[in-house]
Design a protein around this ligand. Structure first.
Ligand SMILES: [Zn+2]
Length: 91
């Protein structure tokens, strides 16, 4: 199935309605979510087919998306920098 794996910062993956082969259709919020170490899987709640795989973003990907103005990335970067400190702090 093409499009199964989506970059985390694809703007609309959460809202995208996906058709399952079993006839179910819905967006990620309606799927069965399985948080794994490196990816989050979303499966059909009816037949458990995998419909969406979202790799967790790397710090570089968060930084790049934040630099491009992605609102969620900006928030995540703020949380990361709060937790770990800014690497390029000029203080
Ligand atoms: Zn299904």
């Amino acid at each position: 199935m093409s499009g199964l794996i989506q970059p985390y910062f694809t703007p609309d993956w959460r809202q995208r309605v996906i058709d399952c082969a079993c006839g179910w259709q819905g967006a990620s919020a309606d799927m069965a979510m399985d948080l794994q170490e490196e990816v989050t899987d979303f499966a059909c709640p009816r037949c458990e087919s995998l419909l969406l795989i979202i790799p967790h973003p790397s710090l570089d990907q968060v930084r790049q998306a934040a630099a491009e103005g992605h609102a969620e990335a900006v928030q995540q970067l703020a949380i990361i920098e709060e937790a770990f400190g800014k690497p390029d702090s000029t203080a």
